[in-house]
Design a protein around this ligand. Structure first.
Ligand code: ADP
Ligand code: MG
Length: 325
């Protein structure tokens, strides 16, 4: 907003007034750049994601939900690396200097930031169609990050939480607009699995977060690791709400495999670690379920409970474009 410097300044002050700091932030918002202390023996883990109105969230999403989700999707990437989130930068492009919208956005953003003790340390504020770009900075003890390229033959394939709720909400939103509030909540307020990711550093061989659907995201792990997978559809963790709204198995499996926005973790681990994983996940109150197995031969094969091959008929994510505003 170079044409109205004071407006930009007011917005930045509004943001600065809401954020909490941490001891490793030497300089936060207000200088030309942030100055941050990386602890000895740690690596910095960095990830950026952009959310655009009407593409990454329905245009009727509340400001608070946008604030939550913009941060959640970035923290989810850190979770998938096993990183501890630390610092956030926020590039905010707004169609107008709307204080009410910004306050709502900060409500959702600060609620999640507070849960994870992360500090907003800088950013940029500009004028244009609504979009939010967040860079999340996390920390791992050197050499311990979870990666996509570590899946090994015969590993169990696990997922946290349940799959498909956000996809169900999206399907309903595109249909008659009547949405289950529970499903919509899972679309708007995903839970980044930070504690689970951290616990899995010692136990898993590979990990990814599910943003574009289990098939697409597990597919990235398989390609990077040079292996294949079988998925047992009867074991996909499913919320009762999703099963009630989508009782047809094949229809529901397609939602669970192909749409995304779950922000659950998919990870692989040696079967010998299964018990330790169950204990670790219980300690962080995160459900985790084995849904398949890594195979030597490349390719990804979903199987029905009867053992038949299942055609998911989807290639990956569906975004919101083309839907009603
Ligand atoms: P410069 O012109 O030097 O880039 P800016 O006026 O863009 O400075 O920003 C001033 C300060 O406010 C910087 O410390 C910047 O990191 C911070 N800042 C700007 N926008 C945001 C934002 N949306 N969220 C957090 N910090 C911001
Ligand atoms: Mg700037």
């Amino acid at each position: 907003m170079g044409d109205a410097g004071h407006v930009e300044f007011d917005l930045i002050e509004r943001i600065r007034a809401r954020v909490s700091s941490r001891p490793d932030v030497i300089l936060g918002i207000g200088d030309d750049a942030a100055l941050l202390q990386v602890p000895a023996g740690h690596q910095l883990v960095l990830s950026t994601d952009t959310l655009i109105s009407g593409v990454h969230f329905p245009a009727d999403t509340t400001a608070a939900d946008i604030g939550w989700k913009a941060l959640a999707v970035n923290l989810s990437d850190l979770a998938a690396m096993g990183a501890e989130p630390a610092w956030i930068s926020l590039a905010l492009t707004m169609p107008e200097a709307d204080n009410d919208w910004l306050d709502g956005f900060l409500d959702g953003f600060c609620e999640l930031a507070g849960e994870h003790g992360v500090a907003l340390v800088g950013g940029d504020t500009t004028h244009g169609p609504l979009s939010i770009t967040i860079t999340a900075h996390g920390l791992v003890p050197s050499g311990t990050a979870l990666r996509r390229d570590g899946a090994g033959f015969n590993d169990d394939i696990w997922v946290t939480g349940t799959l498909g709720d956000a996809a169900g909400a999206l399907r309903q939103w595109r249909g008659n607009g009547l949405m289950s509030a529970k499903l919509r909540h899972r679309l708007d307020r995903p839970t980044p699995r930070i504690a689970a990711g951290r616990a899995l550093r010692e136990l898993a061989n590979s990990a990814i977060d599910i943003s574009d659907g289990l098939l697409a995201d597990l597919g990235h792990v398989l390609r990077r690791s040079g292996v294949g997978a079988e998925i047992d559809l009867g074991r996909l963790p499913t919320s009762r709400t999703l099963a009630e709204h989508f009782p047809d198995d094949a229809d529901r499996w397609r939602l669970q495999l192909g749409v995304g926005d779950d922000y659950e973790l998919c990870f692989t681990a040696a079967p010998a670690n299964a018990l330790a994983i169950e204990q670790a996940m219980a300690e962080c109150a995160t459900a985790a379920t084995v849904v398949g197995r890594i195979t030597r031969e490349p390719g990804l094969h979903p199987r029905t409970p009867e053992g038949d091959d299942f055609d998911p008929g989807v290639g990956g994510y569906e975004h919101f474009s083309g839907g009603p505003d």
